[in-house]
Design a protein around this ligand. Structure first.
Ligand code: NAD
Length: 527
């Protein structure tokens, strides 16, 4: 049997059962602490048993103290405690080495799978992305994030320098669907730039980040660098409201409605990674030898992690040249998905009733048709508070977007579901008009090798992470490219040096004016 790593306190292989629930704690001022109460609604998504003891934190004071303990100038900046840049690089190197061990990588993969049931490769990919990210920021890379620039001045003794400056006390809120990758990458980015984050992860999955934080501390991170709170979202909203004067910035990843609430509370001092109604356009250049690949990628984009990726393909526009060949392939691939290997699994934020009602409403649109799926999964013990749906596609006519149904059609169903639309050459302007009207701008895919077609679609759209070419996809939030929405000045990014710098620091200019008195100085007349 696999051993639990030395830093870990929860065992996803033998523990996390009703008889022996995993025990999750807050981290406050460097100490691991329980709250007065534990949540009673955190249940095993595969069988409904209570399997985790997660704090239901209602007392905010120690966390507000934590925010106040960090000055606006941060824990470090280019002129203060620069040794911390190097120390964080060394912590990344040690943490990455730990994650490179098979037993530790498997530990986190299994832990993720227990709380957010998706296939083993999907869970393992999160751990790999996190490990490679840590490798990227080992050694001097953290220091280089705070690289500045200088310009010569107008006269002797004047020079100006631009610095990347921390915000200081910050809050980071993360969703359920990537239990390690999102909070790990964002927390490290916050720390690299000198901030002290208060972290809140969706309590359904927060055990994963809690255990990762224990790994970081084991790897040398001072336990006082981060506070971790487990509480319901509404309670976090109250904390933000009470502490808004002490919070310099909130980095939020999750739904657009909560993103707007948070933004209002802190007067826009936010960096947002919000919802995705992500689209893919398959161009006119049908190529038979690409058919299987394009179909496979579309199946992955729409349905892996049961469609619960912010980058999931919510709608696919298929050129008529592909329609006859591609649509049956999509149905074939969707039919291979099953609960046994978690290529389909529980849907954690939509119930069956809600998903079926959404599908019914779409099917009520004139000429809409169910292409495949549409039924709930049978023969399982997934609790009724979660959904379990076949991989489903509903075909909607292009004309329906010109009606009052636009909002319904472009609503993100965060589950294994997509809309399919077909179009002809002459209808491309209508497709572009729809893309213009879609309110979310996270990911997109333009599948074509036709350079002019690509330029037309790419030039008319704004999605923050857009893949193009025959291998174009919508999903993928690795550490090797910027991931995040575009078109909103509050948009955050994740993954790369540029994303970290833009999300977690501001610009400061320090102008040195140390020169001698100007030659022949006398007080000039007022101007
Ligand atoms: P959600 O907005 O309900 O929850 C996200 C986080 O916010 C959770 O930790 C939750 O507890 C917390 N929260 C809820 N109410 C809050 C409040 N009033 N104040 C403060 N915090 C609060 O999101 P969800 O439905 O669980 O997650 C799925 C959504 O997230 C989808 O829309 C998906 O597209 C989006 N998402 C986006 C990205 C991205 O990178 N853009 C990544 C993952 C998920």
């Amino acid at each position: 049997m696999p051993q639990v790593p030395a830093f870990a306190t929860v065992d996803p292989a033998q523990g996390m059962t009703e008889a022996s629930p995993g025990h999750v704690q807050n981290l406050v001022a460097g100490s691991w602490l329980d709250a007065d109460h534990a949540r009673d609604d955190i249940i095993d998504p595969m069988n409904g048993q209570r399997f985790l003891h997660v704090p239901d934190t209602r007392v905010h004071a120690p966390f507000i103290e934590g925010l106040r303990s960090c000055p606006k100038s941060g824990l470090h900046n280019p002129l203060k405690n620069p040794d911390r840049y190097l120390a964080l690089g060394a912590i990344c190197a040690r943490a990455a080495t730990l994650l490179r061990q098979d037993d530790i990588a498997d530990y986190f993969t299994r832990l993720i799978q227990r709380v957010m049931p998706k296939s083993w490769p999907q869970c393992a990919a999160e751990v790999t992305v996190t490990r490679v990210f840590l490798e990227n920021f080992s050694g001097d890379s953290v220091r280089f994030l705070s690289r500045g620039f200088s310009n010569p001045g107008d006269y002797q003794g004047q020079e100006t320098r631009g610095y990347r400056w921390p915000f200081g006390p910050v809050v980071l809120i993360a969703p359920f669907n990537f239990p390690i990758e999102i909070p790990a990458l964002q927390v490290m980015g916050a720390l690299f730039m000198g901030n002290r984050p208060l972290v809140k992860v969706d309590s359904k999955v927060s055990v994963v980040f809690e255990q990762f934080l224990r790994l970081l501390i084991h790897a040398g991170l001072p336990a006082t660098d981060v506070d971790l709170i487990h509480c319901p979202g509404s309670e976090m909203g109250k904390l933000l409201d009470v502490a808004k004067d002490d919070i310099r910035m909130v980095q939020f990843t999750g739904s657009s409605s909560v993103a707007e609430q948070v933004s209002t509370i802190v007067n826009g001092a936010v960096r947002l990674e919000d919802a995705g109604f992500d689209w893919k356009v398959i161009g006119p250049d049908f190529q038979a030898d690409w058919l299987d690949y394009v179909a496979w990628q579309s199946d992955q984009d729409a349905y892996s992690a049961s469609g619960q990726k912010c980058s999931a393909q919510s709608i696919i526009f298929v050129h008529e040249n592909w329609e006859k060949a591609l649509l049956p392939k999509l149905a074939e691939l969707a039919a291979r998905r099953k609960l046994d290997d978690l290529t389909l699994g529980p849907v954690l934020t939509w119930t069956n009733e809600k998903m079926l009602a959404h599908i019914d409403a779409l099917l009520a649109i004139s000429d809409a048709e169910l292409l495949f799926g549409g039924k709930t999964l049978e023969g399982h013990s997934i609790p009724a508070c979660y959904g379990a749906l076949e991989a489903t596609a509903v075909k909607v006519p292009l004309g329906a977007f010109g009606t009052a149904q636009f909002e319904l059609i472009t609503t993100e169903l965060f589950g294994p579901f997509q809309i399919v639309v077909t179009y002809t050459d002459s209808e491309l302007p209508m497709v572009l008009d729809i893309l213009e009207r879609i309110s979310h701008h996270l990911t997109a895919g333009v599948v074509s090798n036709d350079a002019l077609f690509l330029k037309k679609v790419l030039g008319a759209t704004v999605n923050g992470t857009t893949y193009c070419g025959m291998r174009g996809r919508t999903t993928g939030a690795p550490q090797n490219h910027w991931f995040g929405p575009c078109g909103d000045p509050r948009a955050a990014g994740i993954g790369t040096p540029e994303a970290i710098i833009a999300t977690w620091s501001g610009h400061r200019e320090i102008v040195s004016d140390q020169g001698p008195l100007p030659d022949g100085w006398s007080t000039p007349p007022p101007t």
